[in-house]
Ligand binder design. Structure first.
Ligand SMILES: Nc1nc2c([nH]c(=O)n2[C@H]2C[C@H](O)[C@@H](COP(=O)(O)OP(=O)(O)OP(=O)(O)O)O2)c(=O)[nH]1
Length: 138
């Protein structure tokens, strides 16, 4: 009998790529920690124990931006983050409200041609590339 060494379960970070008419996507500038402050990401955060991933996405967008979203299709699989964390990403649309930076330094809507105008966090740059391809397919 072989005994598999158990893989530690990674913490899941969920993020929403909120897409608005014209292919605009919402980027958010992190306020902390110091190592990440100033970098741009997609709104989201860690899934709480017992919470569903889409549920966490809706909660984080409510807390961070003051908006309600509807969650659409998944973007890719597990995007690598630092050790012990994985990033899972979904497309989303605004259902109600106007995003405001409650926890971020700033928000920016990036239209096609502007997708790389911000300093994306390392994990988010390939996500942006994948989103660009998805949106180009229509
Ligand atoms: N939310 C978010 N986090 C990201 C992205 N890309 C990326 O590398 N991260 C990293 C930054 C953080 O180390 C971690 C997410 O932590 P967080 O601070 O957003 O989580 P949280 O809102 O649950 O915060 P907290 O309760 O732990 O303070 O994942 C992204 O696109 N969105």
């Amino acid at each position: 009998m072989t005994v598999d060494r158990e893989e530690p379960v990674p913490t899941v970070v969920v993020a929403a790529v909120i897409v608005a008419p014209g292919g605009r996507v919402l980027a958010a500038q992190r306020a902390d920690p110091p190592a990440l402050a100033g970098g741009w990401e997609f709104p989201g955060g860690k899934v709480d124990p017992g919470e569903g991933e889409r549920e966490a996405l809706v909660r984080e967008c409510r807390e961070e931006l003051g908006v309600e979203i509807s969650v659409g299709e998944r973007v890719g699989g597990d995007w690598p983050l630092s050790e012990g964390y994985v990033l899972r990403v979904w497309l989303a649309a605004l259902a109600s409200g106007t995003p405001e930076p409650r926890e971020h330094l700033a928000l920016r809507w990036l239209g096609p041609g502007e997708y790389y105008d911000v300093e994306w966090l390392g994990a988010d740059l390939p996500v942006m590339k994948s989103v660009e391809n998805l949106l180009a397919q229509g």
